[in-house]
Design a protein around this ligand. Sequence first.
Ligand SMILES: *Cc1c(COP(=O)(O)O)cnc(C)c1O
Length: 372
Amino acid sequence: MQQIAERTGAVLRIDLQAVRYNYRLLRGRLGLAQCGAAVKADAYGLGAEQVARVLYEEGCRHFFVAHLEEAIALRPGLPADADLIVMHGSPVGCEAEFVQHGCMPVLNSIQQIQDWAVLARERQQFLPAIVQVDTGMARMGLSAKEVEVLRDDPDLLRSIDVRYVMSHLASAEDQANPMNRQQLEKFNELRALFPRSKATLANSSGVFLGSEFHFDLARPGAALYGVAPVAGQENPLRAVAHLQGRIIQTREIPAGTGVGYGSTWRSKETSRIATIAVGYADGWLRSLSNRGVAHIAGIAAPMVGNVSMDTITLDVTHIAPEYLQPGTLVDLISATNTVDQVAAKANTIGYEILTSLGARYHRVYSDHKSDN
Ligand SMILES: *Cc1c(COP(=O)(O)O)cnc(C)c1O
């Protein structure tokens, strides 16, 4: 193990105990509503199989992915009483594979509803699904007009077991945004046409908007992985991802030396530069060029020069050489430099930092059930 870690440029530690903690915290906020989990995009880059396993142990029974292929990959890792829900619905012609693999589609259009109903009639079964309605994102789900089509033609849903009516919030992290309440009202209006179905609206941030937004089931993703759910407020969740990159070499440069592609940073004095084995091919975004920061033995070292494909360069002039030996790990995502802080410097959101985490990292999972 040690050797594999050393052969790689970076070590990504994934704290599954923190995922458990975050799940419990969210469930505590939800009261009687159930807490599902968005594990799409390989659980936001952290490993869907590992994450789903601990969430199942914590009592989670609703797992949301985007694509059918993600669901098929995850299905063998989850017991049969866990629902695996495909938010994009069925790709055209793949409906039977949902039944074959024990997955449930979100039906987002009249077409998807019709195709699911055809399969149900063929199989002479009442097939489960979630129906999504659009309450203001204009991205997926039935418009109000299409919901009326359903109301006027009850045959469309006759062979479908609509477990939940679902919608998605556009601006839930911004609690003052009037859109939250507008979407809530629209959701209540549209869902009245499905009186026998349960309802699901809240993502991570939605959980923090209050109980009116909770309905029967929430679908948090980012908060489980430690991303701050409410803009401008302290993050109550625990960090899950910890990233350390390895020092390859250090060098002294005279004043006036350009560093990296395009020489976008130039030393003002004699300086020491450390080269770290992480680059944009590892998801360390190029927008962090001359903006990011690493920590070495707790001391901040600014990223200078452009991010390369496989390396970044740090100004470590102020750091003692004994901390800068080749092979030393420096902190890139840590308690002092959180996913959200890195994201702010990269001009993006924590979601993108996590889902970009590289395939070349040596991944180490920890799950100490007793240290909570
Ligand atoms: C990704 C996603 C979620 C989870 O969102 P978070 O903001 O990560 O909690 C929930 N619902 C839908 C429809 C999504 O696409």
